[in-house]
Design a protein around this ligand. Structure first.
Ligand SMILES: Cc1cc2nc3c(=O)[nH]c(=O)nc-3n(C[C@H](O)[C@H](O)[C@H](O)COP(=O)(O)OP(=O)(O)OC[C@H]3O[C@@H](n4cnc5c(N)ncnc54)[C@H](O)[C@@H]3O)c2cc1C
Length: 347
């Protein structure tokens, strides 16, 4: 097998195939550790997968990450609701993990190596080797072909595997721009993150450790004209959230502001002759919800309609059982069911 891309989807897929006795080559254009535009918040369900893969231990050994009770969501009205997570059975609390992708992705890649996966960093796949629309392998940076039984496209939003297989589709909606930055020198006493939704945008913040390092993600509609540098656009966006801006002013941006847009991606056929797409290469909707099928589209409608968002946050305060259920869905502890939305909005 050849896996193109060593992000979480690529490394986890490589581990999966190696465990089943396959010979796996994983290539990535970057050298790790590398940053990735991401708000770096892992749901309790996601953290359980990392534990299963044996990666949590590596993260602990690196002294990185912070466990969080949940995410406090603030509606445009200012009303707030803390989304927490608990198991269905017995209601035992579950925690989300906030960890820098510098550490997470390198730990996952190390795990793949430890399982016998051959990893080549600094190796950009130029194309998929195709005959009669079937993938036979990849074309490396020098033009040399590498053969494989299956090409796994785990190469993110701009997947060359998806493009080569002709399966990408235009994703008209939502058209959003996402920017992320690390902030250093800001104490974060709360054991939860903040998600603040404004009339045209939203911002998520979470501590990455106990030493004052935060991850800040800002998402807004795609602007019609250029906004200047990513850092300028981000600072201008954050200024609309005075409580957060005041807290961030105690520290400073550390490293580059990453991101871009439009973020949404769609593919017609995630698997076919000789190829399979995983992770963002297989499609992406919006960072707020991750990928929970049709529910995400509805949550997007809430996020983009301030009055509806105000109503939902108010409802969650009034209906604790429903709020707990939503917590389990957003925490990837139970599948998303559309009727949850009707119960949230209904009388
Ligand atoms: C603003 C923003 C905030 C987000 N916040 C969160 C969050 O808080 N929590 C969360 O769970 N998710 C979040 N996400 C989503 C999350 O970042 C992605 O879903 C996740 O990174 C997808 O992982 P992946 O392995 O599919 O791709 P990636 O992590 O993008 O990895 C793809 C890899 O492929 C490599 N690659 C690309 N092209 C080639 C090539 N031609 N040859 C070789 N290698 C190549 C790249 O170098 C890269 O290492 C956010 C996304 C955005 C944009």
């Amino acid at each position: 097998m050849i896996v193109v891309g060593g992000g979480p989807a690529g490394s986890a897929s490589a581990c999966f195939f190696a465990k089943r006795g396959k010979r796996v080559l994983l290539v990535d254009a970057a050298r790790f550790p590398r940053r990735k535009a991401c708000a770096e918040y892992i749901s309790p369900g996601g953290a359980a997968i990392l534990e299963h893969l044996g990666v949590l231990e590596r993260i602990r050994d690196a002294g990185a990450g912070r466990w969080l009770r949940g995410m406090r969501i603030q509606a445009p009205s200012g009303e707030r609701h803390l989304v927490e997570y608990a198991d269905n059975s017995g209601g035992q609390k579950r925690y989300a993990l906030s960890v820098s992708r510098l550490v997470l992705d390198a730990a996952l890649l190390e795990e793949a190596r430890a399982r016998g996966v051959e990893v080549r960093e600094n190796f950009r796949a130029r194309d998929v080797w195709l005959t009669q629309r079937r993938a036979h392998g990849i074309v490396g940076p020098s033009g040399a072909r590498l053969e494989a039984e299956l090409v796994v496209g785990a190469d993110g939003l701009h997947s060359i595997v998806a493009r080569a297989m002709g399966t990408r589709q235009p994703a008209g909606w939502p058209r959003r721009l996402g920017l992320v930055a690390h902030w250093a020198g800001v104490d974060w006493p709360e054991d939860y993150g903040w998600m603040m939704v404004g009339p045209r945008d939203y911002v998520g913040v979470a501590p990455l450790d106990d030493k004052g390092l935060l991850t800040v993600g800002y998402v807004r509609r795609m602007p019609l004209k250029r906004l200047g540098s990513a850092a300028t656009a981000m600072q201008a966006g954050l200024a609309q959230y005075p409580e957060l801006a005041k807290r961030l002013s105690r520290g400073h941006i550390s490293g580059p502001v990453l991101g871009g847009g439009p973020l949404a991606r769609r593919v017609r056929q995630p698997a076919g002759a000789g190829y399979a797409l995983v992770g963002d290469a297989a499609g992406f909707f919006d960072p707020f919800t991750g990928d929970k099928e049709r529910l995400v589209a509805l949550v997007q409608v809430f996020v983009q309609t301030p009055r509806l968002m105000n109503f939902v946050i108010h409802r969650l305060q009034q209906r604790p059982r429903l709020a707990r259920e939503l917590g389990r869905v957003l925490g990837d502890l139970q599948p998303a069911r559309l009727d949850l939305v009707w119960r949230l909005l209904g009388p």
